[in-house]
Design a binder for this molecule. Structure first.
Ligand code: HEC
Ligand SMILES: [Cu+2]
Length: 349
């Protein structure tokens, strides 16, 4: 490509430019309205409108956050006066049921052989007794018993009940201990599902229905006025001197030839549930405990709820002759101190 006519490249530089006049000053000036010292009324009004809108946006944003926080608060803790609206309470209840389900399996696997499948007692004392669950079997107490073992209960170092907490050499960790506490303390308003230990699937009973259970504790239970509190040590009711009857004086030995009343315990139940004995005469209560290594005794309670006789607790199989002092005619009940659900009636006439 040939260069067009004209000087060579070197001669073309510097490029010659036409003489230029400076741009007129007006070119950079704002419109005349901008040079006014005061705002026009329209501009002033628009500024006012804008800042008012900005405040509204800010206010609504804050309001939104505040309303959200308040609503979330009630959503979480429940709307006042509206039952069952608390998300947190529902979550706590759901977790409690989970814990009770785990506790049920732990109890059946570890505790039922001594305390009975339903906590009714056996080698170990009853656990599902309302008077006991009322205060005696509180969460701290159960935790201590499971941590220290049976010696915590009555100070008996050779207690049959082992240590359970792994912090003390036992087999169960603190979650499992808590599960057991939740299970023992579960209210009877709580229904849990019986689940397979390893798969956590609900277990079906013979008729194909999901097996469920309910807690032991009656939350509305209050001990009868004047009822004696549950002793710290379950077997202390048996030691002479601590029961109202035993403090009355020396043991009464029935006269030779006194009436003999027979009573037998088998499978944690009294075989005879209604006994009769003569009034105003000491009698011999021959108690045959046939449950091997299970402690039983007999406590006789009068119509006012006062224990008038408390026999020694002893392990079966064995028979003991209790000398029951003379009692006035009337209707009495008797039960086993270890298993308060073993009961019967005694008619003195
Ligand atoms: C080998 C039998 C045995 C096993 C297993 C056993 N216990 Fe016990 N338990 C006892 C005996 C016996 C006592 C009474 C303690 C004593 O005075 O020696 C007792 C006492 C208790 C007490 C205190 C009762 C009271 O009235 O103060 C609680 C609570 C308890 N056991 C819970 C449990 C739990 C939960 C388990 C399962 C992890 C369990 N036990 C397993 C025998 C057993
Ligand atoms: Cu008993």
């Amino acid at each position: 490509m040939s260069d067009p006519s004209g000087p060579g490249p070197e001669e073309r530089l510097p490029a010659t430019r036409p003489e230029s006049t400076p741009a007129p000053a007006e070119r950079f000036s704002a419109p005349p309205s901008a040079h006014q010292l005061a705002l026009t009324p329209e501009r002033a009004a628009s500024i006012v409108r804008q800042s008012s809108s900005a405040r509204w946006v800010g206010f609504l944003a804050v309001l939104f956050v505040v309303v959200f926080v308040i609503l979330y608060y009630f959503y979480d803790l429940g709307f006042p006066g509206v039952a069952n609206t608390s998300r947190e309470a529902k979550e706590v209840a759901a977790q409690q049921v989970t814990s009770v389900e785990a506790g049920y399996n732990l109890f059946e696997a570890n505790c039922a052989r001594c305390h009975g499948a339903a906590g009714q007692g056996g080698i170990g004392p009853v656990l599902n007794d309302q008077a006991k669950l009322y205060v005696h079997l509180n969460p701290d107490y159960i935790k201590n018993v499971l941590t220290v073992g049976g010696r915590y209960v009555c100070g008996n170092p050779s207690s049959l009940m082992p240590v359970w907490a792994d912090t003390n050499g036992g087999p169960l960790n603190y979650v499992q201990i808590q599960n057991l506490i939740d299970f023992i303390r579960a209210p009877n308003t709580l229904t849990y599902t019986v689940r397979d230990n390893s798969t956590n699937e609900p277990i079906l009973d013979a008729s194909g229905k999901v097996e469920t259970g309910t807690g032991w504790r009656d939350p509305n239970f209050t001990p009868a006025a004047g009822a004696s509190p549950v002793p710290d040590c379950w077997s202390s009711a048996l030691t002479a001197g601590s029961s109202p009857a035993a403090s009355g004086g020396p043991a009464v030995t029935p006269a030779p030839g006194a009436t003999v009343v027979k009573l037998e315990a088998v499978n944690i139940a009294f075989t005879e549930t209604s006994l009769t004995a003569p009034a105003n005469a000491a009698f011999d209560l021959q108690f045959n405990n046939q449950d091997a290594s299970v402690p039983h005794n007999v406590v006789i309670v009068d119509g006012s709820g006062k224990a008038v006789f408390t026999g020694d607790i002893f392990n079966g199989p064995a028979t003991k002759d209790y000398s029951v002092p003379a009692l006035p005619a009337g209707a009495y009940t008797f039960h086993c101190a270890v298993h308060p659900n073993m009961t019967g009636t005694l008619t003195i006439k």
